[in-house]
Ligand binder design. Sequence first.
Ligand code: UDX
Ligand code: ADP
Length: 459
Amino acid sequence: MKINKICCIGAGYVGGPTMAVIAKMNPDIQVTIVDINAERIAAWNDKDVSKLPIYEPGLAEIVEETRGRNLFFSTEIDKAINESEMIFISVNTPTKTYGKGKGMAADLKYVELCARNIAEVAKTDKIVVEKSTLPVRTAQAIKSILHNTGNGVNFSILSNPEFLAEGTAIQDLLNPDRVLIGGESEDAIESLANIYGSWVPQEQILRTNVWSSELSKLTANAFLAQRISSINAISELCEKTEANVGEVARAIGMDSRIGSKFLNASIGFGGSCFQKDILNLVYIARSYGLTAVADYWEQVIILNDHQKRRFSDNLISTLYNTVSGKKIAMLGWAFKKDTNDTRESAAIYVADHLLSEQANIAVYDPKVSEQRVQADLNYLQTRSEEENAKLVSCFEDPYEAVKDAHAIAIMTEWDEFKTYDWKKIHAVMKKPAFIFDGRNILDEDTMTKIGFEYSSIGK
Ligand code: UDX
Ligand code: ADP
């Protein structure tokens, strides 16, 4: 089946960049991204592409090229569903915050609503593609809803998990290691493979059964997160001994079986995927009675939480066991560089802990708004919104953020932090001036020579 029109439900960090690249590489296909959030759609349609709701290097250029040509953003969900032969479901699947599986299982209510919406309005046959990360056998649930509530039209369901990482989404989409398509209907699989085929070599497009595809996504994220927890565990041991985690990572990474990527010790991983997907994996394993499997993967999260806590504990003890009334400047709030996404960012938890010790927090992040910072802290419900607003201030200028600070905590590895005038920063801070480099991006010798009390992870 030749696809002429695609609809993507969900204009988020996955749907937006993915559809922009599909539209760029397939100028003959009309791609419409729809969302219930009118404000978000308006931002995607903003003439000024610097105001797009998502910051990703290279994204604005592609949106500028394709928007209005074959890429459209709209709130008219039913219309877009009806017109399209292929519908991607790219809505959020957060960890459940209520009921059975609370804090562990993925909340599929948004996915189910989409399936019901499609079933209700579809008048012609559709290929439905699940793009959101989902527990295994979700496609089955979508299929059941579509077949039992639909208007007698045929639906083929495909699983096509997205492996892009934020901050490098456009590069990851343009040069994917692989594209994974799980499904039953060969025709439907080939229709989707053809869309990717306009820029991805066919041998990199894997075809599997639906459940292998769904489970592969969870497994890939679990393995990646496990690497970070593994190196972070070693970082704590390095701090107690004379070893340096950077040297250890380099030494083990040169073993081609281990590989050198994803071995940067840090304050702990964040982002919308790793924790959520592992919790989901653990929940699924437990629900099948696989206690050893569940416990094994859960440890990755336990270690990650420990790493975040260890960072703030160390900061407090180094500052003579009290941060009460002290200004702590946090450089970076996003969960990694080159994104404005803050979901599960370690910065949120470190800040929350320091605030509970009555610190004053000054935040500078090149891409995250003050509104986002406050919303992230308010979401935790540790203290009132008024208190968060009083204790946390955000700055547009990093040099203002660090003025009179007792300590700087580097939370995100933004490149610009390396280029700052650190002498100037040292001069305006309270002395002794402490730096806690949660990303190991600054040079220890240089910082020490300037006069900083510098500490990093795993050294
Ligand atoms: C991840 C997967 O990489 C991607 O394939 C999947 O589709 C979605 O989840 P993402 O969360 O966007 O992508 O970013 P990623 O680069 O994986 O980083 C996740 C977290 O791990 C960040 O907080 C990052 O700072 C941290 N990290 C990463 C480390 O602490 N050390 C590393 O060596 C690598
Ligand atoms: P992701 O990182 O998975 O892309 P986001 O939260 O960035 O997640 O994006 C998901 C988007 O899906 C949000 O903009 C949200 O408004 C949208 N969404 C959720 N449910 C529906 C729905 N039933 N119909 C349309 N859009 C939806």
